[in-house]
Write a protein that binds this ligand. Structure first.
Ligand code: SF4
Length: 306
């Protein structure tokens, strides 16, 4: 099959638009969407520092590559990357190495921040101590904590994540299924956040996961292709399966979910105003409670070992 835009052989069929695209037109199609998102999410006339939360996996590596190629020619934009080391043996060291390598090749400053150093726990020890838990419920809280803290120390204005269209549509569905509109209101990208919290950018929010993979392959973006040993226990997996079935039966479902979320956004913003924050009594990081969620979880773990 040939490309719908030229006579070259197509490398992919974009089912939700019915287009066959050759390598060149596919790369162009992806880059245009990311450029548009960046213009929508950022004020590019201001001087800004963007820290990418880089795990070394395909999505965050593609995000780092795209931010670097699109934004770094602008003298007002500074880009850096932060890798959170969760302390998962046989998984994270490969991601840290891939992140280091990518940043070296793109000439971007790279910082590694570990759960062990910041919170005293590795994810392997968390799972050993609380074997019945869903590991991601600890890991997600710890990751937000270390990334926000490090980004603030580095004076970053934004943290860019590698969240793609599938991730975002899954999050919207999960929040609808739980009836948790308040959490839905906190989904990124952010144009308003609490004091000391660094807003999130989501450059890949319109790029489906498979297209992110194909982009990495065609552009030769190196990444660590491995799966976290704890991911099978994640509740998100159920929503991933449901969504991928819906998308295969009704192409365009993920875009429709995202569009519904965007239409709901003004209502969500009015309904759930930004809560006032205080400093966590244990670590001093911002929280709406007396103690932040990360310290609460650490207390819970420590109680289990004593
Ligand atoms: Fe952490 Fe879960 Fe991701 Fe593994 S799959 S790195 S436990 S959030």
């Amino acid at each position: 099959m040939n490309c719908s835009k030229c006579s070259k052989p197509a490398v992919t069929l974009i089912r939700y638009s019915g287009q066959h695209l050759c390598a060149g037109h596919f790369l162009d199609f992806t880059e245009k969407r990311v450029r548009r998102e960046l213009r929508r999410q950022l004020d590019l006339d201001k001087r800004i520092t963007v820290a990418v939360g880089l795990s070394g996996g395909k999505d965050s590596s593609v995000t780092t590559y795209l931010l670097s190629s699109i934004l770094r020619k602008r003298p007002t934009v500074e880009i850096m990357a932060i890798t959170a080391d969760e302390g998962i043996a046989n998984y994270r060291p490969g991601g840290v190495e891939a992140s280091r390598e990518l940043c070296r090749s793109l000439d971007i400053p790279h910082h590694v921040v570990s759960y062990k150093e910041e919170l005293g726990w590795t994810m392997d020890r968390v799972v050993e101590t609380d074997p019945k838990t869903i590991p991601c419920s600890y890991c997600g809280v710890f990751r937000r904590y270390v990334l926000n803290k490090k980004a603030r120390e580095l004076k970053a204005d934004y943290v860019a994540t590698g969240l793609n269209l599938d991730d975002t549509a899954q999050s919207v569905l999960m929040n609808v299924a739980r009836g948790d509109m308040e959490r839905m209101a906190r989904l990124g990208p952010h144009d308003r956040v609490q004091e000391d919290m660094i807003p999130r950018l989501q450059p890949l929010r319109l790029v489906p996961e498979k297209e992110s993979y194909l982009y990495a392959m065609l552009r030769g973006v190196q990444f660590h292709d491995a799966t976290c040993p704890y991911s099978e226990r994640a509740v998100r997996g159920v929503f991933r399966d449901v969504l991928s079935r819906l998308e295969s039966e009704i192409p365009g479902t993920r875009h429709s979910i995202l569009s519904s979320f965007d239409q709901m956004r003004p209502w969500l913003d009015r309904q759930f105003s930004v809560s006032k924050v205080r400093k966590c009594r244990t670590c001093g990081e911002p929280t709406i409670n007396v103690e932040c969620k990360a310290c609460e979880l650490v207390d819970k773990l420590e109680a289990m070992v004593t």
